[in-house]
Design a protein around this ligand. Structure first.
Ligand SMILES: *[C@@H]1O[C@H](CO)[C@@H](O)[C@H](O)[C@H]1NC(C)=O
Ligand SMILES: *[C@@H]1O[C@H](CO)[C@@H](O)[C@H](O)[C@H]1NC(C)=O
Length: 279
């Protein structure tokens, strides 16, 4: 009996500590990053998609739908937190469970995971730091580090949360857009639920040794749903941008964003937020 209880306890622990999950709904803590616990249908049928509950320093911080074929995220989902400073994380993390599902359920510094496993290629189903080196592209955050307090801020430095981003666009128009959102979230929302995604290109890649390693997305987009202290939706918005020197962010309503995304998929975009973030 005791052994059985221990086994059940162990099983429930290991369930709770999964990083790569079959469904976000399987991990209640992971669902908390989606407004009303409702996971969008957008991207759900992406071939080779993996669902990541982003775990760091012993707890979850956000969720990512990751496209293991293009080696970039479809989107990351998070709740805004005011930053408390704390500097920039210097490491770049990778997801051990995308290498081997029995590996540790927490993001790991890719440098040391590689050193510890010299005979295993970590990059079959995810991008690695060396893919980005000398590529001419930034490691552009989807879930931005500036929208979190440490240690959530550190956790955004996982390569499963970044895409090859035009450096000028990343450091100028998109950065300013993220700062504008910070102002809105701080002043007008009790809680803000955010989705940030990328639309992959048909045939534009970071190529290393003649191998197509990381897809360079054509567009980046984001969407938010803001609620008041009673959890009632009060504000929503969205934006899209070409991932180019054009360095311009276009503001949209959620409805306009849905129409934009619909160009890239035959199945309906559906609700990005429960009831389109309406009361
Ligand atoms: C988060 O990053 C900061 C800045 O690099 C670092 O000082 C801190 O130790 C990191 N926190 C954790 C839990 O690793
Ligand atoms: C995954 O890791 C486990 C434990 O280290 C090992 O026994 C197993 O062979 C690995 N699986 C694959 C497919 O490499």
């Amino acid at each position: 009996m005791h052994a059985l209880l221990s086994l059940l306890f162990f099983l429930s622990l290991s369930l709770v500590e999964a990083d790569v999950v079959a469904r976000f709904q399987d991990v209640p803590e992971c669902l908390e990053y989606f407004y009303q616990g409702k996971v969008p249908e957008w991207g759900a049928t992406t071939p080779g998609a993996a669902r990541l509950c982003q775990r760091f320093a012993n707890r979850y911080h956000f969720a990512t739908l990751y496209d293991t074929a293009h080696r970039i995220a479809v989107y990351s989902a998070y709740r805004f937190q005011p930053s408390n400073g704390g500097g920039r994380e210097k490491r770049w993390f990778v997801e051990p469970q995308l290498v081997n599902s029995s590996w540790a359920a927490e993001m790991k510094d890719g440098y040391w995971l590689g050193k510890d496993n010299p005979d295993i290629f970590l990059g079959e189903r995810q991008a690695l730091n060396e893919d980005y080196k000398h590529s001419g592209f930034d490691r552009g955050h989807l879930n931005p580090n500036g929208h979190h307090a440490v240690p959530g801020r550190n956790a955004t430095f996982t390569l499963t949360n970044v895409v090859p981003q035009n450096p000028k666009f990343n450091q100028d128009a998109w950065r300013i857009h993220e700062l504008d959102l910070t102002d809105i979230f701080r002043t007008q929302c009790s809680e803000a639920y955010v989705l940030v995604g990328a639309v992959p290109s048909t045939d534009n890649w970071i190529i290393k040794n003649n191998v197509r390693r990381v897809n360079i997305p054509d567009y980046m987009w984001n969407a938010y749903c803001c609620v008041d202290a009673n959890g009632r939706p009060v504000l929503s918005g969205a934006a899209t941008a070409r991932n180019t020197e054009q360095n311009r962010v276009d503001q949209h309503s959620l409805t306009e964003l849905s129409a934009f995304l619909q160009q890239f998929d035959t199945s309906p975009v559906g609700q990005l937020f429960h009831n389109h973030c309406q009361a």
